[in-house]
Design a binder for this molecule. Structure first.
Ligand code: HEC
Length: 264
């Protein structure tokens, strides 16, 4: 087959390969920016982003996320809580955004315990509304980093729903010190001494999703008002020459390896 248009949304196979190569080689952001522009230029209506935002009520959003967790789990719930409301209040592109497709974020992506769906979902929403760093939307990047930071450092779950399915006194609070589902859920299960399938663990995760949605909307509202200020101050790749998290010793113990650098 010689036709290089293999993908339905109009991104050609050749461009995909260029994009992937650029990512793998860590080439300067500007070339990625061009790739995004090309994808946008060739894409359909939904490739036009960022999308318009109107301020939402964080409390109301968190209540929606809490309920939605029981339908489409953490990532889907956070996305649904914001996008669902914007469908009503803004309409337009939000009407065709496939919220339920993000159900796969559950369990740190299909149960693999990688990034928790709550910050992942929040970051999808933030980037959709503000735009990507590679297009100069640094606040989208910062809000995403703040989503990760909040998730990692908060006594989770923070949010208490109006009508909880489980008595709040039965839900212990833990700090994950990591955005990873495996670590976050694992530390909570250890503290609570409850299994993954327990109603308490499920309600804990529903509240974590709600807490993440609450924080996200707080930040989006501030950004909308022009008063948003990032609260995170860590860039692992800048400080350590490797992508990663701030708590090196938790995994590496005292012997934190050093990444090879171009300097020296
Ligand atoms: C969630 C656990 C975790 C955290 C947190 C973490 N690392 Fe790692 N890191 C690993 C694992 C697992 C590997 C691969 C196995 C290994 O080499 O230890 C790795 C590999 C590396 C490597 C590649 C070289 C090598 O020896 O494998 C470097 C460099 C590194 N980590 C540095 C850091 C630094 C610096 C931090 C903190 C800013 C950090 N890591 C935080 C788990 C972690």
């Amino acid at each position: 087959m010689s036709d290089d248009k293999t993908i339905e949304n109009g991104v050609s196979r050749r461009q995909m390969l260029i994009g992937t190569g650029a990512l793998a080689a860590g080439v300067a952001a500007t070339s990625l920016g061009k790739w995004v522009e090309t994808a946008q230029a060739q894409g359909g209506e939904t490739e036009k982003w960022p999308w318009p935002y109107v301020k939402l009520d964080p409390q109301e959003t968190a209540e929606i996320a809490y309920k939605e967790w029981y339908r489409i789990f953490c990532g889907g719930a956070v996305i649904s809580s914001v996008i669902g409301q914007l469908r009503e209040k803004v309409g337009g592109p939000y009407k065709t955004f496939p919220i339920d497709s993000f159900v796969f974020l559950e369990g740190g992506q299909v149960g693999w315990g990688t990034i928790c769906g709550s910050p992942a979902g929040a970051n999808i929403v933030a980037n959709l509304i503000i735009g990507p760093r590679i297009a100069g939307a640094h606040e989208g990047h910062q809000i995403s980093a703040d989503n990760m930071d909040f998730y990692s450092k908060a006594e989770m779950p923070v949010f208490v729903p109006k009508n909880p399915k489980i008595d709040p006194s039965k839900i212990v609070h833990t700090v994950s010190d990591s955005p990873l589902c495996h670590i976050s859920v694992g530390k909570w299960m250890k503290a609570a001494n409850l299994p993954l399938g327990s109603p308490e663990r499920k309600d804990r995760c529903a509240r974590v999703a709600a807490s993440s949605a609450y924080r996200l909307v707080e930040m989006l509202n501030a950004w909308h008002d022009g008063t948003y200020k990032p609260t995170n101050s860590f860039s692992c790749s800048k400080e350590n020459g490797i992508t990663g998290q701030y708590n090196c010793t938790e995994c590496h113990g005292d012997k934190v390896p050093e990444a090879p650098t171009a300097k020296k």
